[in-house]
Write a protein that binds this ligand. Structure first.
Ligand SMILES: *Cc1c(COP(=O)(O)O)cnc(C)c1O
Length: 372
């Protein structure tokens, strides 16, 4: 059996020759950035594909998060999850906002609405939840709290490209949603991201902010930033979009294979998909429970020893990182479930070009330790 390395993800890349005409178009137009034709086409195409009202493209998801907070003039304290990629909390810190870490639900690994109210203070201005692994948050419960306390909601939807619930795209929830098109995400533009806006007015404001706050040749109305996506990235997005359904369905078959093989395994728990949710199969987390013969880190090391580079997303939890833990900005409530999850989860390799044979290599290793 082949022992080639298997990484947690691999980007989907369309045939290179299909990208050449896009490059020729860019060379002909001499438009390289600043809301060029590719940029405009991609915004339109994504609005259609995702079925959302307005999209503002960005050069990456983190700058989009920073800008979303600026756009809504968020200050003071923001309630967020410690069980995420560090960019979620960093976007607050960079805006001089205090991230207040609240625990997650044990079944979805998303911010637990039942624990939010206890963390609200007079300085709280917003909630920043994450649709972790693309699993939708309890958006109704979160909105109810936001309405009651007059808070904004900004979703870090970096994992949630193409996920829908019974009412449509989950990107429609909250005041703003932010998505990432980084190379490791389901839909990528090498680097990239976007803010999903509810209306044209909001998009215009955000478009100004991402372009230095410029409104016309002689007028700058805000201390904006450079968050613009270039034409090359936008062109790649347009090509990528042609293949996205194919890429998602390839991911789906890997998800099915893992579920079929691992669902009834002693000591391994899978996250159950929510009903009425169309997943994007962006991650395949397993929880290594006490009933499994190896500890999580032992299984992780065994996989590595066999050239399988699964990842412990998200370990350590953000509030366990030195810069947040015990620092002057440490504002953690009891986050024991996030702690528990971060010590037990492994994300298995899943991507559109992963062949079933390779996925079975992963499965067999996980099973090997159960039947010594
Ligand atoms: C990837 C990611 C980001 C950052 O996106 P970039 O495009 O890499 O800047 C933010 N939040 C979460 C949860 C992510 O996974």
């Amino acid at each position: 059996m082949s022992n080639k390395p298997i990484f947690v993800t691999e980007p989907f890349l369309p045939p290179l020759e299909e990208f050449i005409p896009y490059l020729e178009e860019i060379w002909d137009s001499k438009r390289l950035t600043n809301n060029g034709p590719m940029h405009q086409k991609l915004e339109q195409a994504l609005c259609n594909y995702l079925d959302v009202p307005e999209i503002a493209l960005f050069n990456n998801g983190t700058i989009a998060l920073l800008t979303a907070l600026q756009a809504l003039r968020i200050t003071g304290e923001v309630i967020t999850t410690p069980f995420s990629f560090v960019a979620t909390a960093h976007s607050l810190t960079w805006n001089d906002i205090t991230p207040v870490f609240v625990d997650i639900e044990p079944d979805s690994f998303n911010l637990d609405p039942a624990k939010i109210e206890a963390a609200i203070t007079p300085r709280t201005t917003a909630i920043m939840p994450v649709h972790c692994y693309g699993t939708p948050c309890d958006v109704d419960a979160i909105q109810e709290i936001a309405d009651k306390y007059n808070l904004k909601v900004i979703y870090d939807a970096a994992h949630a490209f193409g996920v829908t619930d019974q009412g449509g795209s989950i990107l429609r929830h909250g005041d703003l949603s932010v998505i990432s098109f980084h190379a490791t995400k389901v839909f990528n533009t090498f680097e990239g991201g976007a803010i999903i806006c509810p209306d044209k007015k909001t998009k215009k404001h955000i478009d100004n902010l991402k372009n230095f706050g410029i409104v016309d040749e002689v007028t700058v109305v805000a201390a904006g930033i450079n968050g613009k996506m270039s034409e090359i990235n936008a062109a790649f997005g347009l090509l990528q979009l042609k293949y996205i359904d194919q890429a998602l369905s390839a991911r789906r078959s890997i998800d099915c294979l893992y579920r079929a093989e691992l669902a009834s395994m002693e000591g391994i728990t899978l996250l159950r998909p929510k009903t009425q949710v169309k997943s994007n199969y962006s991650y395949f987390p397993i929880v290594v429970e006490d009933g499994y013969p190896l500890k999580r880190d032992e299984l992780y090391a065994q996989l590595r020893a066999n050239n399988i580079y699964a990842r412990r997303y998200f370990y350590p939890a953000i509030n366990q990182q030195m810069i947040y833990k015990d620092s002057h900005i440490d504002r953690s409530y009891n986050t024991e479930i996030a702690q528990w999850a971060s010590e037990r989860v492994i994300c298995l390799p899943i991507y559109s070009d992963l062949d079933p044979h390779s996925a079975m290599r992963v499965v067999k290793l996980i099973k090997a330790w159960s039947n010594p």
